[in-house]
Design a protein around this ligand. Sequence first.
Ligand SMILES: [Fe+2]
Length: 319
Amino acid sequence: MKSLLVLVDSHPGHRDELAAAFGHGCFQALAVGPEAASSIDSLELGAVALSLLGGPSLLSLVDGWRANPQLRSVPVAAVVKPGDGALAEAAWSAGVDEVLPWPDEDEHLRAGLRSLERISRHRHEVAAFDGLLGKIMTAFEAREPATFEHGERVARIAVAMGAHLGLSVETQERMRRGALLHDIGTVILPDRSMYQVGVLGPGALDEVHAHPVVGYSLLKGVPSLEPVLPFVHRHHERINGSGFPDGLRGSEITLPVQVVAIADAYDAMTSARPYRATFSRREALEMLGEEAESGLWDEALLLPLRRATLGAGQWDEGG
Ligand SMILES: [Fe+2]
């Protein structure tokens, strides 16, 4: 289905022509006057195009749209006469996402519209992800508050490690989301097996071991959640092949997943669990160091982990 592009133009004489020109390809175009600009937030919009063919005055609308939660993520294009560099510059400064010269060759206009559509689709996906993530996290927090808080701490450590490792901001954001959700599969575990008192019986152990696969199956098939699946599915894999569920080895486990996995292990060691003692930061780092020597972890992750946990409220033991 084509998404809706609303064109705002001050001159009724232009509107039909503009709507016809901008309405092919991925968008269906609707041309309206500036008086309708304040009520377009009731429409499900793919994008807005602001005609500056009559001058810059309509640019003042951009601020209002950006302040409106319904319109904030809708991409805005400015339509300017070809070669009007000053107006194009003013439009960029006002915060538009794209400048479309018009009239122009069809090919150029189509390329501009495609770029606008890409921005629109991307923002839609992010908004859908955030909406869905918010709902899942609310349910998760209510059902498993301790696991939820553990996810938040793992996310903080993993993102800080990602920054020390020089990973991109996008990758860090993916890690944050993955870390928040990594234990989502525990929601099906009966009687909080993850935090059960005493030694886990064989049945409970199977349930705990099943949670990465359960979490993966829960979230699988939702396109906006696709980027977090590896974290949910693979955070108990270890590079020497000793992890679960599939005993992956080495680079079969991506670096961002390895980072979340070691942050997860660190937080599990340093936070209270009813079935075993809590370790200090130093003890946890020592144990993880020994595990790295025995092949469980990439040793290159130890320094970023050390740095990332320095500010985590455990200053007592130094670097
Ligand atoms: Fe887990």
